[in-house]
Write a protein that binds this ligand. Structure first.
Ligand code: AMP
Length: 341
């Protein structure tokens, strides 16, 4: 039987608890500085101690993973800390599609896949001088919203960019990505596509809490105007959300369309968990600014099962457990190659 391995961060506790509940061996690649934290959790069978997560690419680490028939569960930390080339070079089987993670990290490829999936997106702005409406300026990769800023026009863009460069938050050479700001209710929609069942499941919705853009709303306008601090979008945590039931049909359609587009563009397609991230406007129209092609940390809210999964499963089912279930079924039926790359 396969064992389940992941990097010690992001959603590793949920992933490994889910794997343990499915009766699988659990392995955590753990940075020395976090050993004390992760030793608190009895469902982690083995720790592979490293000084840096990059060691997962090394022979020693890969050998231990191989000896344990491990499947590596990719999450946001893997995407944030390793280049696409590094991720693609991992010898251990990776759950889902490791090739699609490049499409998550690269802004242009990301836009292409979202367009292919017909997801309604905010208008991209090619050049700061073309900023006509309130826009958001983003960094490349899975930066978690840190160093992002809003700009109303070119002058505003230059002032804020220069300020962030002088504060050492972004580098002078960095190419930034600009898109129009979409106002509304934030909703991060998480799905699971099972290549074994050839079926899409809607898992749940969360909202991200980002600092210190959220803090701005708590101070009076008079102080907001006087402040010259550039607010950032650094994710601090997540909270649950359920949608109006009348929105669900559209949600499934978006998920299906994404799965179909991924199948056409990046083989073997969007297997496993993924998230479409965006906002609902005043007409309940969804605009998507982002996707994650793997488990998102927002799934941590539902370690005990999500509202939507309680409709599909007569047992508590976290995303971690759902992943482990898929791997277990694949192993039992000799189809591990269908769920890993
Ligand atoms: P991202 O890295 O694209 O997930 O963006 C990080 C955060 O920035 C999101 O969670 C949103 O709060 C915010 N954000 C990104 N793009 C937009 C947009 N076009 N309109 C409004 N908010 C956005």
């Amino acid at each position: 039987m396969a064992s389940i391995a992941t990097l010690g961060s992001h959603c590793s506790l949920q992933v490994l608890k889910g794997a343990k509940d499915e009766g699988l061996k659990t392995i955590l690649v753990c940075e020395t500085k976090r050993e004390r934290l992760y030793k608190r959790f009895p469902f982690i069978d083995e720790l592979i101690m490293v000084d840096s997560f990059k060691e997962v690419l090394g022979q020693k680490c890969q050998k231990t993973l191989e000896e344990n028939n491990a499947v590596l569960i990719p999450h946001g930390t893997l995407v944030a800390q390793m280049s696409s080339e590094e991720i693609e070079s991992i010898k251990t089987p990776v759950f889902g599609n490791k090739w699609i993670l490049r499409w998550e990290s690269d802004r242009e490829m990301k836009e292409k896949l979202m367009r292919e999936a017909n997801l309604p997106m905010p208008k991209p702005v090619a050049n700061p001088k073309d900023i006509e409406r309130l826009s958001i300026v983003k960094r490349q990769g899975a930066a978690g919203g840190k160093g992002y800023f809003m700009a109303a026009n070119e002058e505003d863009y230059n002032t804020k960019r220069n300020q962030l460069v002088s504060e050492g938050i972004i580098s002078k050479e960095e190419t930034l990505y600009i898109q129009e700001y979409a106002a509304g209710v934030l909703a991060y929609l998480t799905f699971f596509y099972s290549p074994l069942k050839e079926d899409l499941e809607f898992y749940g919705v969360d909202q991200r809490h980002e600092s210190d853009i959220e803090g701005l709303g708590r101070i009076p306008a008079e102080q907001q105007i006087k402040s010259n601090k550039v607010p950032s979008f650094n994710v601090i945590g997540n909270s649950p959300l359920v949608l109006r039931e009348s929105l669900l049909d559209e949600v499934y359609k978006m998920g299906e369309s994404f799965v179909e587009a991924a199948r056409r563009i990046v083989k073997p397609g969007m297997n496993g968990p993924f998230c479409i991230e965006g906002v609902y406007d005043e007409n309940a129209k969804f605009t998507s600014f982002e996707f994650s092609a793997r488990i998102v940390a927002g799934s941590n809210i539902y370690m005990d099962g999500s509202p939507y999964y309680s409709l599909l499963y007569n047992e508590t089912m976290s995303m971690g457990k759902r992943i482990a279930r898929e791997i277990k079924t694949a192993t039992e039926t000799n189809r591990l190659d269908k769920v890993t790359t």
